[in-house]
Write a protein that binds this ligand. Sequence first.
Ligand SMILES: *Cc1c(COP(=O)(O)O)cnc(C)c1O
Length: 403
Amino acid sequence: MGKGVAHPPGKGQRPNTGFLEDQLNDLRARNLYRRLKGLEDAQSSVTTIEGRRVLQFASNNYLGLCSHPKLKAAAKRAIEEYGCGSGASRLVCGNTRLYNDLEEKISRFKGTPGALVFSTGYMANIGTLSALVGEGDIILSDELNHASLIDGCRLSRAKVEIFRHRDLDHVRELLNTSGAYKRKLIVTDGVFSMDGDIAPLPELVGLCRSFSCMLMVDDAHGTGVLGERGRGTAEVFKVEEEVDIHMGTLGKALGGFGAYIAGSSELREFLVNRSRSFIFTTALPPPVLAAGIAALDLVDEEPEMRKKLWSNVDRFRKGLTAMGYAPLGETHIIPICVGEPSVAMKMSEMLFEEGIFVQGIRPPTVPQGSSRLRTTVTASHTEEDIDYALKALQRVGEKLHLI
Ligand SMILES: *Cc1c(COP(=O)(O)O)cnc(C)c1O
């Protein structure tokens, strides 16, 4: 073989990518190996995973909208009218009329002058943070913020200070020493995705006011669910107008796909011009946009869905507490902390055998020593589903000496 020509490794020789195998083995040894599991039918409270009928207690389909007939019908109509793909980025020629309709709906929903749809929540977060702040600026970020916010902070090149989870004294302390920075921004999850608790928004709003600091709230898990009208965490505290940058997703409670940033019309225009994850990506497919519009209509038209969700949450949390578990948080995300990754995975496997699907959540998604079972309840669970899951959790918890 000629000089510089790549050739396959000989017998006994490791390939150049040999480190992959080592690292995978290391993950396996530490019970941190992740494997994709196949879902064999629609996303719903009862579903089939790897050949087994199970009750779904792991999904973010909080209102059960993923398979709602109105979303499906809207998506089908959009395919017939506009096709399957969008053909280009929005700024080139992918900006179908459906985007305007959806963004108008979101503006009305959030009560903001402007809204901008991004392809995913991940992209909304990295694209917004990196556009709004940069070198010479500072971001204060809750230590339990979602990975997409962490990546957005890194990408922005601003100074990043991590504050202890929901610790306002720590936030104040950091703000007190932030005088030298030009722009300041506090970013927090509204509902924390792995802990099920809620950010102290009124206090954060107060601090932002005192220190001329922007506030960005990632409400991926509050959208459609929290607040009288499902407007999210800011609605609960009546601080919707004080939050500068609202982020929400269409892929969780809203049952579809995509995300948005809502705020002033200048914020929207600025992001259209400056946000790289908005500019340099293909526009969403028409059926996805149509499903988003239909979902927002349902959130308005059917408040019973939220009522059902919260009564299910109450039943499930009370049941868990009664049998000796101490679930974290206060929302529809109901984590059971078990500590070691091996215990979380064992528990998840045993529940699967009992016909309940729940994921074990391990580092780096959660801090070391706080592996957990992240259970979620939805509006489409019946009381029988909830009670069945509780019984299974009791049997498994007793076998593993957790309760
Ligand atoms: C899911 C999630 C995201 C990402 O949204 P996608 O639309 O799934 O990319 C961002 N932030 C939080 C808190 C999330 O839970």
